[in-house]
Ligand binder design. Sequence first.
Ligand code: NAP
Ligand code: GLV
Length: 313
Amino acid sequence: MQILFYSPDNKPEPWLAGLAQALPEASLQVWQDGMTATDVQPADYIVAWKPPAAMLAGHPGLKAIFNLGAGVDAILQLGDALPPNVPLVRLDDAGMAVQMAEYATYAILRHFRRFDDFELQAQQQQWGFLKPNDKADFSVGILGLGVLGSRIAAAVQHFGFPLRGWSRSRKDLPGVACFAGDGELDEFLSGTRILVCVLPLTAETTHILNRSTLEKLPKGAYLINIARGAHVAESDLLALIKSGHLAGATLDVFRNEPLPRQHPFWQEPRISVTPHISALTLRENSINQIAGKIRALQRGEPIAGIVDQSKGY
Ligand code: NAP
Ligand code: GLV
């Protein structure tokens, strides 16, 4: 069995060592930038993050492509370069859901408990009481109730925030007011004080957070974006924060990453920036999950996490 590996964000050696341990029968190769199809043996499986198109050509017996992340927007951009009828498999939690729950909980509590305001006060060496927020006014709304969004909902529920969520198909999650489809987006937004975006990036969700939708949030609402930068129309967000309609935002993802030094988000005190770290791909968890799925495919068994390419996630 031939496995071809590529990840521009990681040193390949520990991944190869882990894959070799999990799948001793496999021959492992690394794709290097600048290679062509003739430089590698045809692969049975590709394990890759943001692969170049050239890597995907010349594998007549390819059985699956494993994406080293939950989001498949980058790989789907390859379009026709993706071999037809080969399953594309996303990471299915693999240790990311709890990281997302930690990040979202931190950002929600930081804003709700006014730690962001206390931090600004402390920078001025000010000791001052600030009126606490009322939890009943702090409904948390989660855009995307999939693997990650549902785990965030479960974590936030412990703190007693009113909870709502939005997805394409209707969900039934205890303690969560569930909204579905474009027709219910406005109603979902109008009752959301803290909006957490954990949607996949698709044609339908690109720029979903624009002036028109963000204005549907109540005055003083707060945005947490941990999905993809292109969900947000960045200038609309900035304008709505400056006008006071939105109280601020915690952003982990951006249209251009790394966030350019001159980007106005860096200068806006009501925007907190982190460098796309809300949920990291964990090597051991990911290798175990992928190896388990390769073994299942070798036995002819079905696996979870196959991307519906017509939906884009
Ligand atoms: P998932 O399990 O596929 O869940 C996606 C959710 O979004 C589902 O509930 C889906 O609805 C909903 N959705 C998709 N398109 C929609 C639409 N047009 N209208 C309404 N709802 C829609 O994905 P996941 O594993 O939770 O991951 C979500 C995203 O998080 C990834 O795609 C990735 O971009 C991002 N992510 C970011 C980081 C980071 O570090 N910043 C890390 C990991 C993942 P249905 O349930 O009805 O299908
Ligand atoms: C990271 O952004 C992922 O999609 O896993």
